[in-house]
Design a protein around this ligand. Structure first.
Ligand code: PHE
Length: 355
């Protein structure tokens, strides 16, 4: 056999395989072809053996042609295998797509919306005032003159900013009570006032039950003839609306500079229904409350000096105010015994997903 004949035979073999592969649509068929060509008794293998019939001087060239043909055959088989495999990776177009995750409002924002709604129902207006404010609004106008010891109750962050001649230093608001005199000013000292102010507050505190930043909501009502009964009625209304029917409020004497008289406000525990026990026999103590009540915040009748600071005549008008933390109000509602209140601000989705 001459080199030309040998080359021709190999070429034909490759052509045959190319044709055969066109109808090979399964991996089984492909394997059969592979054996037919490259197997021990395969046509290519046989042809390879015939190289011994070629004259010595031409063997080298024939060998090169043989190697090239082998490479072609292997490439053809590999390409065919890839095509079949891709086709077999069947795509089900009816499978629903992967939806992007939809978020939801942060639990504290949800609580703020709900609180706003409850008070809007009885004619309050939600307002917002600066969370970085003058000492005047945060302390002095609230009947707390400079260096008054009552100020120590609020662990204040002072802002490194120029001091105002009249309004003093700038501070991060320690409570939402800064909104009281600001609201009187907004309404040009003309009651009626029915304000609900919800805002961030800041105090130098950080542990499992306190965060440096938290939220408060503050109610203020000023009009002719406002009494403690209006305050108590408003607290009862909120208790029922937010915690559910049957929840009661309780006020206990306390002291704030900006209210007189002042009270601490408790709500009956909606888990044990104010009994302090989870069962009728009173054997299982409720672990959410202190003997049936939750202490939530402060309240009182607006101090005459505060009305005066807001340009309102205390002989003509009276008012009440209350204020406390959104976070605590919310976690009580959910019966959440959070070991660490800081979880609320950790941004941990495993936690937030639950609400
Ligand atoms: N500002 C007070 C506090 O942060 C609460 C309060 C508000 C008390 C309104 C009386 C009236 O503790």
């Amino acid at each position: 056999m001459t080199t030309a004949e040998y080359s021709h035979a190999l070429h034909t073999l490759v052509e045959d395989l190319t044709t055969a592969l066109k109808t090979a649509t399964s991996l089984e068929k492909l394997e059969t072809l592979r054996t037919e060509y490259l197997g021990k008794k395969g046509s290519f293998t046989q042809l390879g053996k015939q190289i011994k019939d070629i004259a010595g001087s031409d063997k080298k060239e024939a060998g090169q042609i043989l190697n090239k043909a082998k490479q072609q055959i292997e490439d053809l088989l590999a390409a065919a295998q890839e095509t079949i495999a891709t086709k077999q990776a069947w795509i089900d177009l009816t499978i629903p797509g992967k939806k992007p995750e939809v978020g939801h409002m942060h639990p504290v924002s949800q609580a703020m919306e709900e609180i706003t709604h409850i008070f809007e129902q009885i004619g309050f207006t939600r307002v917002r005032y600066p969370e970085v404010d003058w000492d005047w609004y945060v302390f002095e106008a609230l009947n707390m003159p400079k260096s008054h010891p009552a100020r120590d109750e609020w662990e204040t962050f002072f802002v490194d900013a120029p001091t105002d001649d009249q309004k003093g230093k700038m501070v991060l608001t320690t409570h939402t009570s800064n909104g009281q005199v600001r609201e009187m000013e907004r309404l040009h000292s003309k009651p009626p006032i029915r304000m609900i102010n919800i805002a961030r507050c800041y105090r130098r505190q950080q542990d499992a039950t306190h965060t440096q930043m938290f939220h408060q909501f503050e109610g203020l009502v000023v009009d002719k003839g406002i009494t403690i009964q209006h305050l108590k009625g408003t607290l009862d209304y909120f208790a029922e609306q937010f915690y559910g029917p049957g929840t009661k409020s309780r006020i206990r004497p306390f002291h704030f500079q900006f209210t007189e008289p002042s009270f601490e406000v408790d709500f009956s525990c909606h888990i044990c229904h104010g009994t302090g026990y989870l069962d009728d026999k009173e054997e299982q103590k409720c672990r959410f409350c202190k003997s049936g009540w939750h202490e939530v915040g402060g309240a009182g009748m607006v101090h005459p000096n505060v009305l005066k600071a807001g340009g309102i005549d205390p002989d003509e008008y009276t008012g009440f105010a209350f204020g406390w933390g959104v976070e605590r109000t919310y976690t009580l509602k959910e019966g959440l015994n959070l070991d660490d209140i800081r979880l609320l601000y950790s941004g941990d989705l495993r936690f937030l997903h639950q609400f």
